[in-house]
Design a protein around this ligand. Structure first.
Ligand SMILES: [Fe+2]
Length: 271
């Protein structure tokens, strides 16, 4: 999938150059910054793939004369740029002990002037999409256009996080970066399990160990917006692979069926 839009190509180069300058200034965090750089590239690819599935690219727009694929793509490109300031200033990627990284991304975009050449309304839309990319829920008062663009970024971001955490499960150094060094104890946090059985997104504050985080990520399916995303989750086996990492416990099979049935139903709704 090749992007031909010259504005996207230019902004991607500027984003990469900014990441490199952060690495030059902060050699202790080269690996962390590379990790987020790679995540961003993959989120952009996921978004491009989803946009194609939704028949949304490159010229199909939700609004007459709109620019929506471009806006969605740029929001993906810059959604985590605040991670660079977060890691170099606070030494962590955990928002709870540092700062909301979506807000840091907005500060960085404004400070560096990356999208100052765009019309004010488009800048405001991109910043709004970025602000909501890491919140537990999207607010109910978004326009249809805002919702679809924000949902595209959230789904693309989650698709990559699922893949990344599964890839890095056995890498202790990366684990510490990703989850702040949670213990891999056998306990299954009851509150999170209960949330999933009720179709609710669990709270990060209820996560007490790695199993809690694994379960919380399984529950993200309740915050997945497009059937096309559901199909990718199913085809890539994210839920099964994540559950395989958990020890056996009462209701494990029931949990697997609950999650798989939910995915199946969401896919069936549109096919
Ligand atoms: Fe993020």
């Amino acid at each position: 999938m090749i992007i031909k839009d010259s504005r996207i190509i230019k902004l991607t180069d500027e984003f990469k150059e900014f990441a490199l300058s952060c690495q030059r200034l902060h050699p202790a965090y080269v690996r962390h910054i590379s990790m987020k750089l790679a995540h961003t590239q993959r989120v952009c690819e996921e978004l491009h793939g989803l946009a194609l599935d939704l028949n949304f690219e490159p010229d199909v727009s939700l609004e007459p004369g709109g620019n929506d694929f471009f806006l969605a793509y740029i929001s993906a490109l810059f959604h985590d740029i605040g991670r660079f300031e977060q890691i170099t200033r606070f030494g962590t990627f955990l928002d709870v002990v540092s700062a909301d990284h979506a807000k840091l991304s907005i500060d960085t975009i404004k400070r560096e002037g990356f999208i100052d050449f765009l019309p004010e309304m488009e800048v405001a839309l991109i910043l709004k999409i970025i602000l909501f990319h890491n919140k537990p829920h999207l607010p109910g008062n978004l326009t249809r256009r805002e919702f679809i663009l924000a949902a595209l970024l959230r789904d693309s971001d989650k698709l990559d996080i699922w893949q990344t955490v599964l890839n890095e499960e056995n890498d202790d150094a990366f684990d510490a970066i990703l989850d702040g060094g949670l213990q891999d104890t056998a306990e299954i946090p009851k509150k999170i399990l209960e949330d999933i059985f009720h179709g609710r997104i669990a709270k990060l504050s209820d996560v007490t160990n790695k199993n809690g985080l694994r379960l919380l990520r399984c529950g993200w399916i309740f915050d997945t917006n497009f059937p096309a995303t559901m199909k990718k989750i199913q085809n890539r086996g994210y839920i099964t692979s994540t559950l395989d990492l958990l020890p056996d416990f009462d209701k494990k099979l029931e949990l697997q069926h609950t999650l798989e049935n939910y995915i199946e139903k969401k896919i069936m709704l549109v096919s």
